[in-house]
Design a protein. Structure first.
Length: 337
C-alpha cells in the first residue's frame, strides 16, 4: 500500500523511472545476497546475537535516529533559504528518509522534493538544484569521515590498504571540487553543448523551459554562502549521532564496536549505499559493512549481523512515520474542498 501511495504522489515520469531503477536494483540485491549467504557463517552470527541483547541501547538508538531526522530537517530548510517551515521540513525529511528505505537509488529524496513543491510551493528547479548541492555535501562528508577514520585506525588497518584508500579519497575530493568549479563558473557554456543533445531527443522545449533554469540555479547555489553551514551541520551529524547510532545498534545485538571503528563502518556502508539496490541498499550495504569488518580484522559474521540490524532498525524507525505522513498527505489532497 505504501508503494501505491508513493506512485500516486510522484509525477508519472518519475514513477516510470523508479520502476526501471527497481528492476536493475533488485537484480543487484539478489546477486549480492546470494554471495553473502554462501560466504558468511550465519550460525556464528546467530550465536553472537543470542549472547547479549541490550534493550537500553535500543532506546538510545531510537533517540539518536530522531536527532538525525531533526538535523536533516534543519539542513533542508537551510538549503532552501528558509522557504519552507521547520515543521514542513521535518515532515519532508521523515518522508524522504522512510521512502529511501524501500526505493532504489535514494528515490525518497525525489519524493521529498515533490512534497516540498506541493506543500510549500518551492519550485522544482530550486528544490532539485539544492538537492544536488545536498548530495555533493553528503559525498564530501562521507569521504571526510573516511579519511578521519583511517587516521584514527592508523595502527589497526593494513598500511598498504590505508594508503591506497587515502590517495583515492583525496583524489575524489579534488575531483568533486573541480566539478563544482566547472558548474559554478562555466555553467552557461554547458547550455549550447546540451541543447542539440536534447533536440535529438525531441526535448528542446523541455530543455529551454526547465533544464536551462536548473543549470543556472545550480551554478548560483554552488557558493560558500549556500553550502558552508549545511556542510558543517552534515559533518557534525555524521561524527556524532550517526556514529552513535551504529554503536548503539552494535551493542543491541552483542557486537563490540569502538567509535573509530563505527566511523569506518559508517564510511564504507555509505559508499555501499551509492550503488543502486532495492530496497534501500539490501545486498550492497550488507556486503560493504562485511567488507569493512574484514578490513578491520574482525569476523564477517559480526559485520553481517550489524548490517542486518542497522538496516532493519532504520527501516522500522523511518518507514512507519513516513507511511503515516504520506497517507495523511494523500488523504488531504484527495479530500473534497
Amino acid at each position: 500500500m505504501l508503494k501505491r501511495l508513493v506512485k500516486n504522489a510522484l509525477p508519472s515520469s518519475a514513477v516510470a523511472y523508479q520502476r526501471l531503477q527497481m528492476l536493475i536494483a533488485s537484480a543487484i540485491s539478489i546477486v549480492l545476497l546470494i554471495f553473502l549467504l554462501r560466504a558468511v557463517d550465519w550460525e556464528e552470527a546467530i550465536r553472537i546475537f543470542r549472547s547479549g541483547i541490550s534493550v537500553t541501547s535500543l532506546l538510545w538508538f531510537m533517540l539518536v535516529t530522531f536527532g538525525i531526522a531533526v538535523g536533516y530537517a534543519v539542513r533542508w530548510r537551510l538549503l532552501l533559504d528558509g522557504k519552507i517551515g521547520y515543521g514542513t521540513s521535518l515532515m519532508a525529511s521523515l518522508l524522504g528518509l522512510g521512502a529511501n528505505m524501500f526505493l532504489p537509488a535514494r528515490g525518497g529524496d525525489l519524493l521529498r522534493v515533490h512534497y516540498s513543491r506541493v506543500v510549500a510551493t518551492v519550485p522544482y528547479a530550486d528544490a532539485l538544484g539544492r538537492l544536488l548541492i545536498e548530495k555533493m555535501v553528503d559525498l564530501v562528508t562521507i569521504i571526510s569521515v573516511g579519511i578521519f577514520s583511517l587516521v584514527l585506525l592508523s595502527h589497526t588497518l593494513n598500511s598498504e590498504y590505508r594508503n591506497v584508500l587515502l590517495v583515492i579519497m583525496f583524489g575524489a575530493i579534488v575531483g568533486i571540487f573541480l566539478s563544482a568549479v566547472l558548474v559554478r563558473y562555466f555553467g552557461d557554456r554547458l547550455v549550447p553543448i546540451l541543447r542539440p543533445v536534447f533536440g535529438l531527443l525531441r526535448l528542446r522545449d523541455f530543455f529551454d523551459r526547465h533544464i536551462i533554469y536548473f543549470i543556472r540555479n545550480c551554478a548560483q547555489s554552488l557558493s560558500l554562502s549556500v553550502t558552508i553551514v549545511p556542510a558543517v551541520l552534515t559533518l557534525v551529524l555524521w561524527l556524532s549521532v550517526y556514529a552513535l547510532a551504529y554503536i548503539f545498534v552494535a551493542r543491541f545485538v552483542g557486537v563490540a564496536l569502538s567509535y573509530q571503528e563505527s566511523l569506518f563502518v559508517l564510511f564504507v556502508g555509505g559508499l555501499g549505499l551509492m550503488i543502486p539496490a532495492a530496497p534501500s541498499g539490501v545486498g550492497t550495504f550488507h556486503a560493504s559493512v562485511v567488507s569493512a569488518f574484514v578490513l578491520l580484522g574482525r569476523s564477517p559474521s559480526e559485520g553481517l549481523l550489524l548490517a542486518t540490524a542497522v538496516h532493519f532498525l532504520f527501516f522500522v524507525v523511518y518507514v512507519v512515520p513516513a507511511a503515516l505522513i504520506l497517507g495523511h498527505w494523500r488523504l488531504n489532497r484527495l479530500a473534497p474542498r
